[in-house]
Design a protein around this ligand. Structure first.
Ligand SMILES: NC(=O)c1ccc[n+]([C@@H]2O[C@H](COP(=O)([O-])OP(=O)(O)OC[C@H]3O[C@@H](n4cnc5c(N)ncnc54)[C@H](OP(=O)(O)O)[C@@H]3O)[C@@H](O)[C@H]2O)c1
Length: 269
């Protein structure tokens, strides 16, 4: 009897947390579809995983902020003719600074990537998963989605949407065989902060992308919905439940407030 390996799709697999998921799943014998925009990095990780583990590793260069990206991803996945075992919505980016000074285009990209595209592609993939009665969706959200964060207001709000939407969906999926996991990393050592133009001032302890992927994949066995990483993640989660919202916001603002406050334009002579 032929055995078909399980199949996982990972968005944002070219680096960071996404590439850690890809490595671990390839090691566990999964066939993969890796999604990202950076051709060089995606080519490198695809070739590396193929030569190390020998399974099917497909790639799709895709900007997930493009309109129609969710349909493109779904069509590409269907063309491979493998039922999807795990769909990992991981692609994301950060924005730091005051809302009034943040680029309008970047805010729209974030809303497309974190909210619209993830909602749309989940809606596309979910019916097949429910029909088969066996699959998982992991959403790489963030501790930042547990409360409002000044100077990261848009990022925190999009992650709050993911936390509440998928926590509710997890309950709807109860008894269907489809597991929904909301993975909430804290500060993780990736290019994320540099790309967002943020130089951290007070990082007490960071996590590795490998640790995030390991905890998240292990947690699929227990089918937990909300997954925190390490003791720092659990402590932060607990703090968001017991501390007043205003205190949480002012503590968080101290970590992320840009060095120079909004200043009026210099006088013209
Ligand atoms: N690092 C942290 O401290 C931290 C903490 C909590 C949550 N997270 C979350 O973890 C996830 C992964 O972040 P990371 O830390 O691994 O950051 P990263 O190293 O910067 O990786 C981000 C990934 O997302 C992909 N991506 C970004 N915009 C995209 C777009 N428009 N279309 C397609 N792919 C896109 C990038 O692909 P290309 O490079 O190919 O464009 C890259 O593979 C994000 O959702 C982030 O919000 C990170």
């Amino acid at each position: 009897m032929s055995h078909t390996p399980p199949f996982a799709i990972i968005t944002g697999a070219s680096r960071g947390i996404g590439s850690a998921y890809a490595r671990q799943l390839a090691e566990q014998g999964y066939n993969l579809l890796l999604v990202g925009r950076d051709h060089k990095r995606l080519d490198r990780i695809t070739a590396d995983l193929q030569s190390k583990y020998g399974g099917m590793v497909e790639k799709e260069y895709l900007d997930l902020t493009d309109s129609g990206a969710a349909q493109t991803l779904y069509a590409r996945a269907m063309s491979l003719n493998h039922p999807v075992s795990i769909l990992i919505h991981n692609a994301g980016f950060g924005l730091y600074g005051t809302f009034a000074e943040t680029s309008h285009a970047k805010i729209m990209d974030m809303l497309h990537l974190h909210v619209l595209q993830i909602t749309e592609s989940t809606r596309l993939f979910l019916p097949d998963m429910v029909a088969r009665g066996q699959a998982a969706i992991i959403i790489v959200s963030s501790l930042a989605g547990l409360f409002p964060i000044p100077y990261m207001a848009e990022y925190a709000a999009t992650k709050t949407y993911l936390n509440t939407f998928f926590e509710a969906l997890a309950q709807e999926m109860d008894g269907t065989g489809v597991t929904i996991q909301v993975c909430c990393p804290g500060f993780t050592d990736t290019d994320f902060h540099k790309t967002a133009g943020y130089r951290p001032r007070h990082v007490l302890c960071s996590q590795s992308p490998h640790q995030v992927a390991t905890v998240s994949l292990n947690a699929l066995k227990s089918r937990r919905t909300m997954v925190m990483i390490g003791w720092q993640g659990h402590l932060a989660y607990w703090m968001t439940r017991v501390l007043p919202r205003r205190l949480l916001m002012s503590l968080a603002a101290r970590f992320v407030k840009p060095p120079s406050p909004l200043s009026p334009p210099p006088p013209t002579t």
